[in-house]
Design a protein around this ligand. Sequence first.
Ligand code: G4P
Length: 527
Amino acid sequence: MTPLEKEVQRRRTFAIISHPDAGKTTITEKILLFGGAIQMAGTVKARKAARYATSDWMEIEKQRGISVTSSVMQFDYQQHVITLLDTPGHQDFSEDTYRTLTAVDSALMLLDGAKGVEAQTKKLLEVCRMRQTPVITFMNKFDRECHTPFELMDEVEKVLKIKCSPVTWPIGMGKEFKGIYHLQNKELCLFAKGSKDFERLLVSGPTDPLIEQRVGHFWYQQFLEEIELALGAGHPYNLEEYLKGEQTPVFFGSAMNNFGVQEFLDGFLAIAPPPQARATTSREILPTEKALTGFVFKIQANMDPAHRDRLAFFKVCSGQWKRGMKIYHSRLKRQIKPSGVVTFLAQEREAAEEAWPGEIIGIHDTGLLKIGDSFSTGEDLQFTGIPHFSPEHFMRVRLANPLKSKQLDKGLTQLTEEGATQVFRAIGSNTHILGVVGALQFEVIKYRLQHEYGVEGIFEPVPYAMARWYHGEGNNLKEFEARYAGQIALDVDEKKTFLCNSDWDLEYASQKFKGIQFFQNSDHLPV
Ligand code: G4P
């Protein structure tokens, strides 16, 4: 193995997908504790509190500073370098949340065992499916009354259309939570509320009398029945299916009690894939190629709005980045020398000396970079799979002072480059329609337009609920565009989109114009 191959092999880049309150902050903190990235429990939690304590959402500079440091967390664990990318949830749910998933090699799906599959998880899993991202599942909060493991796995299979294969199995739950049994390791881990060190016992299999001795006759009988059923009727664990995103290994536990998290982490290291090959418009790039390549998947406005400097999150896809190195910017067709590059080691932004495939570096940018920009050492290439996602909320923006239209254009262009919003230009009327994934983004945009660009925007509701990129030909296309003239708009890349009011509207259009293909994101359009 070459040194580069070795470095690739030991890197894992992943994100956690979950619905708010499932326990993402809690499990992140436990994972970071294992990695030694934080010394004290409560650190991540405190940060989350700081993030949401301010009811005044206009205090965005502060918020931004906090979310920059928490968006990438890199740490070493058992000879591996693990990079955990945060998927913003709650109020800051935005297109960034989706786009982050285009930069990971695998994901952890965290479900609240009492709630099962919830709306946000469903949306995020759809994004994983686009790239066949392998997903491991953690059923959380088993220290409370939850749905049964069968109900939970059944729901995942039905709603998310991914096969479940349990790796651990819970014995009891809530007040009677006894522990978990590791099906592959044949290990019983006993739960004790409030404990830091859980007792682990190697057994000969699920029928080992030691299990009955430790969990009691009643719970043992139930466990035995369940495990027989699970092994008989369930899906046997299949690594290949996991790697193709068709099967998800399932772990049970309680993040708050740090119970079952070690099992997950060990399982994750054993099976989660290292950095994978990535498609570009011209060829596939292997992570072990010597020449550096990478792309920008996120841009975040920085702490000081007066300077308007931004931090571009650059994912290294192949080769090695070294401090001081020049990189070739494919869109601008020229070399640039990034300065002030940072890494995210142990949550501190530190000066980076080098970065390997799978890692994220932060590049200070003064307005040169856009989401999706690709870099190499000279080859012209454009990574694919970093699309625009359909917004779910739309507003028309008008100017309070019509003389400020230049500033509005500038502000919207920059906010679009950062991915804070998508701007659609309605064909014909030439009005700006803003589209966002999380409704709170409108507040952010309004505030930033005013404070950073001196523009007062008047936001007005429009009846759209989704954007669909489309493809069609000939008369059919002409007729479609004539029929829906008022609902056709250009996105930032001048691609035409159909702004529709509802699922019904879309369904009606697709029935009426059978030759037109509609796409949920801009990446699926035929080139
Ligand atoms: P999020 O980032 O996904 O939004 O969730 P977060 O970790 O903040 O957890 C949401 C709530 O669920 C928190 O309670 C947290 O303590 C609780 N929680 C997380 N994991 C478990 C678990 O394994 N068992 C139980 N019983 N609860 C869990 P909270 O009341 O909102 O906050 P706090 O007062 O506990 O800090």
